[in-house]
Design a binder for this molecule. Structure first.
Ligand code: OGA
Ligand code: MN
Length: 279
């Protein structure tokens, strides 16, 4: 196995591993080290099935079923393995999939214990566009001036399902069917449990306020503008069919680029990895 750094401290590529087979312990340990250095890790040229996706996912932690709004599973029995795209698994069109997840977000920040990682595997891709963007929230934090960082270190953000200023791109919440999702509090600056480094933890899909601040909208908007508009924090992943990308939800935001022809098929297998309460 070989790791190549594509963008320093942000994006890496791993070759020489066949993820359809069991990843040996020493390789799994090396992959985790690589992931701590590069929170976006690309494994080109793979062919995963739901079972091998589950076993690959366990390299990073416990595979986690989706919350009720997101339960689009590929297979009974391997039912943490879901999918995203603009078709349903029977091949029928799913037009909402063209704009789904196209706002910057970190998955499940509206839960007490959001997932730590996400894995996508490209199965069908359009002839152009259809990428996924990642935003480095370590770098976004470091880029703020010291006085602001010190203030933010003490602050708590308020999160809820799709109630942020760009909260329209997740599947709609049907309270009768999906239950009620109360407000969740998370530190605005979280410390990564593995690297010990600080990252901003706000996103325009789910973060709607700052606790105990009278004019919270101004500061939150300033932070969201900072992370939504600065291309120097971004990586655009152009998918090639067969790519597997593992990303770290604790120090990144991500979004679908939403730039593909809507009459062409985009379809990816997906798995999420359980996480801890942000601190
Ligand atoms: C997701 C997601 C983005 C994409 O699956 O969590 O945000 O590019 N996907 O489909
Ligand atoms: Mn997502």
């Amino acid at each position: 196995m070989e790791v190549t750094e594509r963008i320093e401290g942000f994006v890496g590529e791993v070759s020489g591993l066949d993820l359809s087979k069991t990843v040996e312990n020493n390789d799994a340990a090396a992959v985790r080290v690589a992931w701590a250095r590069a929170p976006v890790l690309i494994f080109p040229d793979q062919a995963l099935e739901p079972d091998s996706m589950l076993s690959f996912g366990s390299v990073f932690g416990e595979p986690q079923p989706e919350p009720p709004m997101n339960q689009t599973y590929l297979e009974e029995g391997a039912d943490a393995v879901s999918y995203v795209g603009n078709i349903n698994k029977d091949g029928s069109p799913y037009p909402f999939g063209n704009m789904r997840a196209t706002a910057w977000h970190s998955d499940q920040s509206y839960l007490e214990e959001p997932v730590s990682g996400g894995i996508l595997h490209a199965l069908k891709m359009p002839s152009r566009g259809g990428g996924t963007l990642f935003c480095n929230m370590y770098a976004a934090y470091r880029a703020l001036d010291l006085a602001l960082r010190e203030r933010l270190d003490q602050m708590i953000g308020l999160h809820g399902y799709n109630v942020g200023r760009r909260g329209e791109t997740g599947p709609p919440l049907d309270e009768g069917k999906h239950g009620i999702w109360p407000t969740v509090r998370h530190p605005i600056v979280r410390t990564h449990p593995v690297t010990g480094r600080k990252a901003l933890y706000v996103n325009p899909a789910h973060t709607f306020g700052i606790e105990g601040l009278d004019d919270d909208a101004a500061l939150l908007n300033e932070l969201l503008d900072h992370v939504e508009d600065e291309a120097r924090f971004f990586y655009y992943h152009h998918w090639t069919v067969g790519d597997v990308v593992v990303w770290d939800q604790r120090c990144l935001m991500h979004r679908g680029a939403g730039d593909a022809p809507t009459d062409e098929t985009r379809f990816l297998m997906r798995l999420k990895i359980a996480g801890d309460r942000p601190v």
